[in-house]
Design a protein around this ligand. Structure first.
Ligand SMILES: NC(=O)c1ccc[n+]([C@@H]2O[C@H](COP(=O)([O-])OP(=O)(O)OC[C@H]3O[C@@H](n4cnc5c(N)ncnc54)[C@H](OP(=O)(O)O)[C@@H]3O)[C@@H](O)[C@H]2O)c1
Length: 329
């Protein structure tokens, strides 16, 4: 497996990481824990050393799963987790108060069975706590040896700049894929300027870009996609034009649509490390195969040309929802 560096930080990880969220949260009922531990081990066998989780996934059970699976590989893997979203009476609440972060870090260290968190992201920017204060707390945690690197998720560029002055950021994690290219406008140029790595989440468009989801799909209520506008029947239908494009290119290059979706993300910058999520070994192998799919400059230009003519239907979060309000802050 090839490696990539997260910006100027020196943190080197496999070119594709593994998003572990869906193993216990967000995409329907949790999968069998032992099967998921085997899957994580299979990822390690295939050269993956970068694993993504968060305190709020479950909450807690996803970190516990990742901690148990990776316990035998201490020091050989890079574990990223996130703070800043608390569950209060079944509802997600932003909370990056210093005392909450301190409590979170202790819980995550315990569940992940490590002495230091390799990469600790603020999951969403808390509008009530200045980012400088958050950066200061993380700086203390780094000095105490509890955290090695830090990052932000779905933060706007002004917040990123302010945070980076206090404590240099290693990575930003935000949604990015062939169906969500907003980061190209401001975010990617800012990260390039500051030497910060980028970790795109949902690089497969939450599964849509793989060509396996059609308009007749029914999501259970514990599957986040059941409330996402993009996954409404009419939008799924309208957006098939994108899937058709990806399928055409995949057929031409004798690879799969998922591999084209990931190869496209990888081709944008050398400091981008996508973290596709899956619960299935054959899909894990398929996704990792994307590192060997080379898109020539000409192919990329043609592809981007075609992409720019496709208008994506449906938002990535329900309009006016807390999910939508928390991004880009
Ligand atoms: N920072 C944040 O706010 C945030 C938000 C969302 C996600 N994340 C992180 O990013 C990771 C990845 O994002 P994501 O899981 O939302 O989206 P994704 O990686 O774009 O897509 C995952 C979905 O695609 C399916 N899939 C994966 N590989 C496939 C393949 N080769 N063929 C067909 N279907 C395939 C998976 O189903 P199966 O599992 O059934 O294979 C799953 O439903 C998460 O695990 C999480 O760690 C972070």
């Amino acid at each position: 497996m090839q490696k990539r560096k997260l910006g100027n930080s020196g943190l080197e990880v496999s070119s594709i990481g593994l998003g572990c969220m869906g193993m216990s949260y967000g995409y329907g009922p949790a999968s069998d824990k032992n099967e998921m531990i085997s899957l994580i081990h299979a990822a390690i066998d295939r050269g993956v050393n970068f694993f993504d989780t968060a305190e709020v996934y479950g909450p807690y059970v996803n970190e516990e799963l990742v901690g148990e699976a990776l316990a035998p590989f201490k020091g050989m893997v890079v574990i990223a987790t996130k703070f800043g979203i608390q569950m209060v009476k079944g509802k997600q609440m932003l909370d990056s108060k210093p005392e909450t972060i301190r409590k979170s870090v202790e819980g995550s260290l315990k569940r992940l069975r490590v002495d230091t968190i390799d990469l600790y992201y603020q999951h969403r920017v808390d509008p009530n706590i200045p980012i400088e204060e958050v950066a200061g707390v993380v700086q203390d945690l780094i000095r105490e040896g509890k955290v090695r690197h830090w990052g932000l998720s779905e933060a706007g560029v002004e917040t990123i700049r302010r945070a980076h002055v206090v404590q240099p950021l290693t990575a930003i994690q935000s949604e990015y894929s062939m169906m969500w290219r907003r980061p190209e406008e401001e975010l990617l140029p800012t990260l390039e300027e500051l030497g910060i790595g980028f970790v795109p989440f949902s690089p497969l468009g939450k599964g849509f870009l793989t060509g396996t989801i059609d308009k007749n799909v029914k999501f259970v209520s514990s599957d986040f996609r059941s409330i996402v506008p993009r996954f409404k029947r009419e939008n799924l239908e309208a957006n098939q034009v994108l899937v058709e494009l990806i399928k055409r290119i995949a057929a031409k290059k004798k690879v799969t649509p998922a591999q084209i979706a990931l190869a496209w993300v990888l081709a944008q910058k050398t400091w981008i490390i996508p973290i596709p999520g899956t619960r299935k070994l054959e899909r894990l192998e398929e996704n990792l195969g994307a590192v060997d799919v080379e898109l020539t400059t000409e192919e990329l230009t043609d592809l981007n040309d075609a992409l720019s003519k496709i208008e994506i239907s449906g938002d990535r979060y329900p309009e006016g929802s807390d999910f939508a309000k928390r991004t880009g802050k």
